[in-house]
Design a protein around this ligand. Structure first.
Ligand code: ISE
Length: 355
């Protein structure tokens, strides 16, 4: 008779919207894990999140949690600039780590993390690029790999948010939002991004003062595939992420048909998800379940810290391109270490992408 392993004891660091969402997810939908610690200097937020996870204890700092309770794993859902101070001690403690995107806020910090991780025997860090677990993106990648429609030539991506949180800056368009396309374009094409250019159309007057958006970000991959990303972050109507992939003999589209379409009273309508939490809810569930299962095996099962480092290099060039108005080359300072030579397996997903 097989005995189930003891649940992974997880600390969630950062009890804002994303952190609380993960606490709820682990407590209600994920097997093999339990939230035992919640870390947030904001006591009100920590307590509210702890109410979602019976038996969890709140702490003001990660160090306090490490000293006080036994932990196997940590989910880091704080802003990017606060990731490194949690990741480094978590690596020292040998914990399984799920760091929300971005891995960190600078290339230098991402490199320090990658270097620190390589002192261990195997990767411990998975980065929260949840789109890699979304059925549509997985089907699109399979289509590219099968080559049924010839080579992939270009991607039209739309990334639309209804509104921005406080303190959302122009660089956040790249480092907080387009960072997802920065990860998914190499995932789909199998190639690194080699240049980035940013164009700014007429400004949306509904954006907060000083925020120049929407923007169009043009990525070029090593073989010349182009990806154009419209990033609009105050578009009001809801949250929408779509991709149209142009092949030599066909077009595949994902992201438009998540919900039922209703024809009624002379109109055809479909609801739009209000935020990324609903649009990518299933992808988050799959991501966290696979991370938990992998942690029990002593592995990661998704984007690594190396992927996080690559994304931070492209994001840097993207922020430069926002300022310069020019096409900026992307230069990766180091080659991929052998330590990171494992390939993420493709999840099986129902088929709906067409070409
Ligand atoms: C947010 O942090 C996310 O990660 C969402 O997926 C993205 O669409 C949004 O623009 C970001 O602010």
């Amino acid at each position: 008779m097989s005995v189930s392993p003891a649940p992974l004891r997880v600390a969630v660091v950062g009890a804002g919207a994303m952190g609380a969402d993960h606490v709820r997810r682990i407590t209600t939908r994920i097997s093999g894990a339990e939230v035992t610690a919640i870390v947030d200097p904001d006591t009100g937020r920590a307590t509210a999140a702890a109410e979602l996870a019976p038996g969890s204890v709140t702490f003001a700092s990660f160090e306090e949690a490490l000293e006080a309770v036994e932990l196997d794993a940590v989910i880091i859902a704080t802003p990017g600039f606060l990731h490194e101070p949690v990741i480094l001690p978590a690596l020292d403690a040998g914990l399984a780590i799920l760091s929300e995107k971005p891995l960190s806020d600078t290339v230098e910090s991402s490199l320090r993390i990658v270097e620190a991780e390589q002192k261990l025997a195997r990767p411990h860090i998975q980065v929260g690029f949840m789109r890699r677990f979304d059925a549509g993106y997985l089907q699109l990648r399979e289509l590219v790999e099968r080559g049924d429609n010839g080579a992939l030539l270009a991607l039209h991506c739309a990334h639309r948010n209804p509104s921005t949180p406080p303190n959302y800056s122009e660089s956040a368009l790249i480092t907080d939002s387009v960072i997802h396309e920065i990860d998914i374009v190499p995932f789909l094409t199998g190639e690194p991004i080699v240049s980035v250019e940013v164009k700014k159309p007429r400004r949306n007057s509904l954006a907060p003062d000083g925020l120049v958006e929407p923007q169009f970000v043009l990525f070029e991959t090593a073989s010349g595939t182009l990806a154009i990303v419209e990033i609009s972050v105050n578009i009001q109507f809801g949250y929408q992420v779509t991709t149209d992939a142009v092949f030599e003999s066909g077009v595949a589209s994902i992201g438009r048909a998540e919900t039922i379409q209703i024809a009624s009273a002379g109109q055809i309508g479909q609801s739009v998800t209000p935020s990324f939490k609903e649009r990518f809810g299933l992808a988050y569930d799959t991501e966290i379940q696979r991370w938990v299962d992998a942690a029990h095996r002593g592995e990661i099962d998704g984007p690594s810290a190396w992927d996080g480092y690559l994304a931070s290099v492209v994001a840097d060039a993207g922020v430069l391109a926002q300022q310069s108005g020019k096409k900026e080359p992307v230069t990766y300072a180091i080659e991929k270490p052998a330590f990171y030579e494992t390939r993420q397996s493709l999840a099986t997903a129902p088929s709906s992408a067409t070409a």
